[in-house]
Design a protein around this ligand. Structure first.
Ligand code: SER
Length: 652
């Protein structure tokens, strides 16, 4: 057995093992979920598979497996300890109404012990203790299955009851190997325990596997006078896999009924399993991450062990940004893009603390790409975009970081001098000692954001280190006002985007909507408008897309626009409340935040009933598509800036 098995090998072994057991290996979905407006990021392997767990037929069959890229945004500021990462890979396998507990528990145990080579004596498992209120029984079936598996390894596995985490601290291990926990711990759904689940959500009891690193790792301070138990934060045990038996769906009256099929949803953290293999719970020592850690050591001349938080933040955040940009999310101020910005700017700040010189992020990103490129081939394909976007964001923030930090010290040292009125003038009364301000005002936070590019979360983090509080609420109010102003600006700019309102310019403007619809149809939903400039002679259109668009694709887009013109049809205008429009997936808009509460939607429908385009816009447009006189042609396609392409089009 290879003692130095790395993360890539552990992933490969898992996929091979699952393939041998009849699973189709499916690709990882993107980090930004498709067709799921409820969440920003894919955060578990089952998320993209929900329709199939509910009964829809999957084209690859009833046994699936993969290694899913996941991103947990909530953990961004948590990163710094030995186990939290924003990005991680979840090894997953699924039974869509096919096999159940018996096969699942055996496969995972066999994989861990016989394939990866973990010591079964260090493995502890948990099962669902049942819930009377919900009428769902304790999972005794899993207990019997686990006992048999341990017995085969010569281990006598006693099942003991724990219930809640709190109770666990009192009763401890009780000589057990298998532990019953309540629904608060041993039930899984995307929303957590049963009472938190909305109507229509699926979930079920689970059986988790923990690896015991040894009592020397029970370093959490509360364990001075408390007993460790597997599903606790002691530091001794790490959860390395979770088999969820998804067979329930929540009803409107709060009860649970069975789904038409019994599913298995297994997820295991690749980095955590690798950490178990290393015998060290620090996931940053797993080769996949340690490669970057070593790079940072050589760039900074400092040691990982002396600078744990900074090293971990930089490593995690660069990796997260690489994968995110690889999936088409560029650093920005809105939505997913803002998380990429936060990752990179937080990393820049820690890199600066380590005296890493400017411009090295590109090299660190290269390091991440080469670690992962064999499995995630899109990283190689997008290498240039990823490196450029990261280098650019680093460069931008480096420019303002130093002055921003100076500003920070100024604000935090700012003293409030007490003044008195003297002959109608304010004078400083030096007899009263100055008061140190213990807060970052809304205006200060706002200036740090707009002038120095400090995301508010970064300001809050630095403030906390300095023992200052931030007026977050006031900041949000200022941001709202700021957005309203830039909205007004954007409307003006938009008018400026049209040279005038002459007949030809208006025709080009309508053609631009058709062009965007055609691009989205051919290239995908990530395409949005990034800029537009129209004269009576041509249109110039910028849109978000990372790669060159090939001529055959451009031809199809052209054909789409021309078929709309040829078919002809009415262009209609509707006013809709913004939230209603935003819910409607058929309506395109580039920056929802910038629009007023009531929005104007232009719909271009053909005489044949087909909808060509629906888009938010200020107008004006032609009344009927056939008013566009001529044939639309794309005469040029080029890069405009990182992640943005530019098209020049004419109507002749
Ligand atoms: N969906 C479960 C989890 O995230 C198992 O994959 O833990």
């Amino acid at each position: 057995m290879n003692q130095n098995m790395g993360g890539n090998e552990i992933r490969q072994k898992y996929l091979e093992f699952m393939r041998k057991n009849g699973h189709a290996i499916i690709p990882s979905s993107a980090l930004v979920p498709e067709n799921d407006p409820t969440t920003l990021f894919t955060s578990s392997g089952m998320q993209p598979l929900i329709p199939y767990l509910m009964g829809e037929a999957h084209p690859k069959g009833v046994r699936l497996a993969n290694s899913q890229k996941c991103f947990r945004a909530n953990d961004l500021e948590e990163v710094g300890d030995n186990r939290h990462t924003t990005f991680f890979e979840m090894l997953g396998n699924w039974s869509l109404g096919d096999y159940f507990k018996k096969e699942q528990l055996r496969w995972f145990f066999t994989y861990l012990v016989d394939e990866v080579g973990l010591d079964p004596n260090r493995i502890y498992v948990t099962v669902f203790a049942g819930d009377e209120k919900l009428g769902i029984p304790a999972d005794e079936e899993s207990v019997l299955l686990w006992q048999e598996l341990f017995r085969e390894k010569g281990i006598d596995a006693k099942a003991v009851h724990i219930g809640t985490e709190e109770r666990g601290y009192e009763v401890g291990m009780q000589g057990g190997r298998i532990f019953y926990y309540d629904a608060g711990k041993n039930w899984w759904s995307r929303s957590g325990k049963p009472e938190n689940m909305p109507t229509g959500e699926i979930g079920g009891p689970d059986s988790e596997v923990f690896y015991d690193f040894g009592p020397e790792y029970a370093t959490h301070p509360i364990f001075k006078d408390k007993a460790p138990h597997p599903n606790s934060d002691s530091g001794q045990f790490l959860e390395i896999g979770n088999s969820v038996f998804i067979e329930y769906i929540k009803q409107a009256d709060g009860s649970f009924t069975k789904l038409p099929q019994r599913n298995v949803d297994f997820g295991g953290g690749l980095e955590r399993i690798s950490a178990a293999k290393n015998g060290d719970p620090d996931v940053f020592k797993v080769d996949l991450l340690a490669n970057v850690v070593r790079q940072i050591e050589s760039l900074s001349g400092k040691k990982y062990d002396d600078n744990l938080v900074a090293f971990r933040v930089i490593t995690d955040h660069i990796r997260g940004a690489v994968f995110m940009i690889g999936d088409g999310v560029l650093p920005g101020n809105e939505q997913q893009g803002y998380f990429v910005r936060r990752l990179l700017r937080r990393a820049v700040r820690f890199a600066d603390d380590l005296n890493i010189k400017a411009g090295e992020f590109a090299n660190l990103a290269e390091g991440v790409i080469s670690t992962y490129q064999n499995h995630f081939v899109n990283l190689t394909e997008k290498r240039t975009e990823i490196i450029e976007a990261i280098a650019k964001e680093e460069e931008q923030f480096r420019k303002t970081l130093e002055s921003g930090m100076k500003q920070f010290s100024k604000i935090s040292l700012q003293i409030h001098l007490t003044s008195t009125e003297k002959d109608g003038k304010k004078v400083i009364d030096k007899s009263i000692p100055p008061i140190k301000i213990k807060a970052i005002s809304a205006q200060n936070a706002f200036d740090l954001y707009t002038t120095y590019g400090f995301p508010i979360e970064l300001t809050e983090e630095i403030a906390e280190e300095k023992g200052l509080v931030v007026d977050r609420k006031g900041f949000e109010t200022l941001m709202e006002e700021h957005r309203a102003k830039s909205r007004a600006g954007a409307e003006q700019k938009f008018k400026g985007g049209l040279a005038d309102h002459s007949e030809k310019v208006v025709q080009y403007h309508t053609a631009t909507h058709l062009l965007l619809a055609g691009l989205r149809k051919e290239l995908g939903e990530h395409v949005h408008q990034a800029g537009s400039n129209i004269t009576g002679e041509r249109l110039r259109f910028d849109f978000t897309h990372p790669d060159k668009v090939e001529r055959d694709v451009l031809d199809r887009v052209e054909a789409f626009v021309n078929s709309a013109i040829k078919t002809g049809g009415e262009v209609t205008i509707e006013m809709l409340p913004k939230d209603v429009a935003q819910e409607d997936q058929t309506i395109e808009a580039s920056f929802w935040d910038r629009y007023p509460d009531e929005v104007k939607v232009y719909t271009m429908k053909g005489n044949d009933g087909a909808t060509f385009s629906r888009e938010l816009c200020g107008g004006p447009h032609v009344k009927r598509l056939e008013e566009i006189k001529g044939v639309f042609k794309i005469v040029k396609e080029e890069s405009s800036s990182a992640g943005v392409r530019r098209i020049k089009g004419i109507i002749e």
